[in-house]
Ligand binder design. Structure first.
Ligand code: KG4
Ligand code: ZN
Length: 337
């Protein structure tokens, strides 16, 4: 089966070709045109600017994905597109392009939930023993998902306010470090002392599996007003202390969820899954619980279209994909997992 994936939910215009032969998965192309440099000037994503960039980039990106994979449109079996959640104006570009291609090439269209795409990026053709628990950590979401199979899942925990990636981005902004914050803050944290500042770990001992990150961000804001941000070591220590607090909560909740639902596999997905400290710490938790940890390849952590094509592959194993679906598929910015 050959799947063309299209992803435009936020600020990456992406297209990919994924091929599957008897359960074996190969990613033949995974093109991502990032707008980070443009949005960095504003310290975050500007939706109108993102949409305009998507309009300019989408066709060349799709053509590039086909060319790199040496794939002709007639060889495609399914077109998969992110239909939500995300920014409405960004989603619309990918969805309307995918609908047009589905009609013009006479190929079935499958709408894929962006968060499910992140999970699929972590599964990516690997053998999984279910039930599994997936921690999804991105710029817009922090969720714990219980997976009964590749396609049957239930959200069992989520943030009640900010997402963990958003907290990284906001902390970077208030420390004047740039955008996106995750890679910069985690790099600075490498040279910092994680116990230098005592920061809160909100909801770490609450009995549910939910998270809260706005209090931690505010604590860093107050602290940043008291310390000398001109001192490089102070900033490194702040980054390290923030990261330790942010990750401690994730690890504690994953541990209690894994025990509660007696899962057999841990999974990590989303942009923050690129964080090496988190990967290392979660591997420690998995060891302690004597279960494997599946992490996505670095190229499948932040937004990309291969994960969307992979999601469509798993979904297509369960349900029939119909040729006229393009008539009904719409962008759905609030689509819950
Ligand atoms: O999944 P993603 O590309 O987009 C959303 O769906 O939101 O995730 C982007 C988020 C951003 O908040 C970014 O700061 C964060 O992932 N991120 C990281 C790292 N790389 C990206 N956070 C922590 N450590 C990283 N190395
Ligand atoms: Zn994402």
């Amino acid at each position: 089966m050959i799947i063309l994936g299209i992803e435009t939910s936020c600020d990456e215009t992406a297209a990919a070709i994924v091929k599957t032969v008897r359960g074996k998965v190969s990613i033949d192309s995974n093109i991502v045109s990032s707008q980070i440099k443009i949005h960095a000037q504003y310290g975050g994503v500007v939706p109108e600017v993102a949409a305009r960039q998507h309009v300019q980039n989408i066709i060349p990106v799709v053509e590039n994905a086909l060319a790199v994979a040496k794939c002709q449109p007639k060889q495609i079996d399914i077109i998969a597109v992110t239909a939500g959640p995300g920014l409405m104006t960004s989603l619309m570009v990918g969805v309307e392009t995918a609908r047009a291609l589905s009609f013009a090439w006479d190929k079935p269209l499958l709408p894929v939930n962006h968060m499910y795409g992140h999970i699929a990026g972590a599964m990516a053709g690997k053998k999984i023993v279910f039930p599994a628990l997936c921690l999804i950590v991105s710029g817009g979401h922090t969720e714990i998902v219980l997976m009964r199979s590749h396609t049957k899942y239930r959200k069992v925990g989520a943030t009640v306010d900010d997402a963990v990636g958003e907290a990284y981005d906001k902390v970077a902004k208030l420390l004047g470090l740039g955008y996106p914050g995750g890679p910069i803050v985690s790099k600075r944290a490498l040279s910092g002392n994680p116990t230098a500042y005592d920061l809160p770990r909100p909801m770490m001992s609450s009995s549910d599996l939910n998270f809260s990150y706005s209090g931690l961000k505010t604590a860093v804001l107050y602290l940043s007003k008291k310390v000398n941000l001109g001192n490089e070591q102070v900033v490194n220590d702040l980054c390290a202390s923030f990261q330790r607090a942010a990750l401690d909560v994730l690890l504690a909740k994953v541990k209690s969820a894994a025990k509660k639902y007696r899962v057999k596999t841990l999974m990590l997905a989303g942009g923050v899954a690129a964080n090496k400290q988190l990967r290392e710490d979660l591997a420690g938790v998995a060891d302690e619980l004597s279960m494997p940890l599946l992490v996505p390849d670095f190229s499948l952590c932040t937004d990309n279209a291969a994960m969307i094509a992979l999601g469509a592959y798993y979904m297509s194993q369960d349900k029939k994909v119909t040729g006229d679906a393009w008539k009904k598929v719409r962008a759905n910015p609030g689509w819950e997992l």
